[in-house]
Design a protein around this ligand. Structure first.
Ligand code: C5P
Length: 301
């Protein structure tokens, strides 16, 4: 077993597109989505310890076995007979929870990579992705990072070229949304009696090269904007300010806008700050990165 403290950096994601193709037998939905990693990172630190424990600096994040970090570590121990090995894991949150930014999923991917290195387990990328998929539909994306198309539950991934950074303004209302609840509301709309709503067609295969966002769409917007109209108002305000596009990320609650440059992002943050004073407005940008593990004290990629 390694005793050197290590740190994992775990990026957030947005969905550049999210089409819901239909309901599955296993309670999930088939998706055609385009994930994009962004420059907003959580950190996981791991130290030697006899027990497996988690600490976190965010009040709304549980540190018991409901946290995906501990579930990831426990899954790895169970599959690799590393049952006696403990670790003290410290999670530093920058990615807001329940925001559609994949923070919990990215933490799970980071924890799998971190613990496998720390305990020196022979785990390759394919196994990490498979274990990640058991923990959540979005988890495998974070091993690939950058930009990728996700089919199935979102876990059948095809890498897409990263065409260079785009500048983003993320808008977070003062509440999060439950992914399960948003999908449940969406499913109710599509349930008989037939209501004339037709299911979306896959479009990810047509996703254009470069930073052309003309195919950006999110099928969860209609239920989310109906249920939480403030999010729709924020989207409209971003469009008025020149965002191309402005879109809900995942199942929300984040609504983001894409802008030409960092100066536009700053201008729009200032312009919308007073009207959406109870929101958190975070500048960010798209990045090619994925989860990474380094010795503690070394930044690395
Ligand atoms: O996989 P994860 O735990 O992140 O998903 C949370 C919930 O979101 C699932 O239990 C399911 O209700 C819903 N979901 C879905 N279809 C997907 C992804 C998530 O219905 N492709």
């Amino acid at each position: 077993m390694s005793h050197a403290p290590l740190v994992a950096r775990c990026p957030a994601k947005i969905n550049l597109s999210l089409r819901v193709l239909g309901r599955r037998e296993d309670g999930y939905h088939d998706l055609d989505t385009v994930f994009q990693a962004i420059d907003l990172w959580d950190e996981l630190e791991i130290h030697p310890a006899s027990e497996l424990t988690l600490e976190c600096d965010h009040l709304n994040v549980p540190t018991d076995s409901s946290n995906l970090v501990l579930r990831a570590a426990e899954l790895l121990r169970a599959r690799h007979e590393a049952g006696a090995d403990g670790a003290r894991i410290v999670l530093r949150k920058s990615i807001p929870p329940a925001a559609g930014l994949g923070g919990g999923s990215s933490n799970a991917a980071g924890a799998l990579l971190l613990c496998s290195r720390f305990w020196e387990l022979p785990v390759g990328e394919a196994e990490l992705c498979a274990l990640g998929g058991e923990l959540g539909a979005d988890v495998p994306f974070f091993f690939h990072g950058g930009r990728a198309r996700g089919l199935g539950r979102g876990d059948r991934l095809t890498p897409l070229a990263f065409p260079g950074e785009s500048h983003l303004l993320l808008g977070l209302p003062p509440f999060g949304l439950s992914t399960a609840e948003v999908f449940r509301r969406h499913a109710e709309r599509l349930t008989p009696p037939a209501n004339g709503v037709s299911l979306a067609r896959p479009i990810g295969h047509k996703w254009p090269e470069g930073n052309n966002f003309s195919l950006a769409a999110n099928d969860l917007e209609s239920v989310v904007f109906d249920g939480w109209p403030e999010l729709s108002s924020f989207r409209d305000a971003l469009v008025e300010q020149g965002a191309e596009p402005a879109l809900l990320s995942g199942s929300g609650s984040t609504v983001y806008g894409v802008f030409e440059g960092a100066a536009d992002v700053d201008r729009v943050r200032d312009a919308l700050g007073a009207r959406f004073g109870h929101w958190t407005l975070l500048p960010s940008r798209t990045v090619p990165g994925s989860v990474r593990v380094n010795p503690l004290g070394r930044r690395g990629a």
